[in-house]
Write a protein that binds this ligand. Structure first.
Ligand code: FES
Length: 79
């Protein structure tokens, strides 16, 4: 019997598990400034003005309900 790989072992420390529902819109933060991580709360707008950056949210529109893991290198690990 072949051992199954633990897929979570390869995830970044900041990865968050989401049970995405079909037909919904998900807007994920890419800048790391959101107070509602992993979701965008539009904090990137002021951050872009302050820093000259060009961050935008990453939008996902699942066609099927699915569990997914999302992460950004700009999110700080909790704890
Ligand atoms: S708050 Fe980070 S991308 Fe919108």
């Amino acid at each position: 019997m072949e051992a199954q790989k633990d897929s979570k072992a390869e995830l970044p420390e900041t990865a968050v598990e989401i049970n995405a529902e079909a037909g919904k819109k998900y807007s994920f933060c890419t800048c790391g400034q959101s107070k509602k991580l992993p979701y965008c709360d539009n904090s990137h707008k002021q951050y872009n003005i302050d820093t000259g950056s060009h961050y935008r949210s990453f939008k996902v529109f699942p066609k099927q309900s699915a569990r997914m893991h999302v992460s950004s290198s700009n999110w700080e690990k909790e704890g």
